[in-house]
Design a protein around this ligand. Structure first.
Ligand SMILES: [Zn+2]
Length: 200
């Protein structure tokens, strides 16, 4: 006897606790005793043997290498950012994919200033990137090239609207705060609006 979840499971998603089910095909366990999916697919619970596995689906909506992604920053790690995918090649994506990108993309000036190439990101930042790899069913993006990086962000202090003031700085129109960021060449509210429009 088995039960199949209709919804698409994404890499890293929790599918069971180890007390409930043992991890089968395409799963892995985290130290807290959580069984997680290692791929994109359908979760199948074998209720008799108490094993959970993920049946891989070749979803046509899974991005390909070279695809352009627009999404928002949902989580930050020391040198990585996790990005919730909203658009793939300007088409709205309902799959709820998450992609990851290296935050080590700062300019040479950043290295001189901070001794590090780590770019600043905040939760909710709208970013554009290009898919460079799908290793282990994880969507890896690059934000390095000039078309990629921060597409639009609200002020990190007051949440106000921001405008670009130089190649790598934005300024809040409300409180005047400046911030150094890795900007896409067409940074701004208008560009994000165009993406929203195209994706409909
Ligand atoms: Zn502000």
């Amino acid at each position: 006897m088995s039960r199949e979840d209709n919804k698409l499971t994404l890499p890293g998603e929790r599918v069971a606790s180890i007390e409930e089910f043992e991890g089968g095909k395409n799963t892995y366990m985290t130290p807290d005793g959580t069984v997680r999916s290692a791929t994109v697919g359908t979760t199948v619970y074998d209720l008799k043997r108490r094993i959970v596995k993920i049946e891989q689906k070749n979803s046509p909506m899974l991005p390909k290498v070279g695809d352009i992604i627009v999404g928002y920053v949902e989580m930050m790690f020391s040198s990585m950012v996790s990005i919730k995918v909203l658009y793939i090649n300007d088409k709205w994506s309902e799959a709820g994919f998450s992609a990851i990108a290296s935050a080590r993309i700062g300019s040479r000036a950043d290295v001189e200033r901070r001794g590090d190439r780590r770019a600043t990101f905040h939760n909710g930042d709208i970013v554009r990137g290009r898919v460079i790899s799908l290793l282990n069913s994880t969507i890896h993006l690059t934000l390095t090239e000039k078309e990629y990086g921060l597409l639009y962000a609200l002020c990190f202090i007051c949440g106000g609207d921001t405008v670009r003031t130089s190649e790598s700085t934005i300024k809040c129109v409300e409180c005047g705060a400046f911030e150094n960021r890795k900007l896409a060449h067409d940074y701004g509210k208008e560009s994000f609006r165009l993406v929203l429009k195209a994706g409909k």
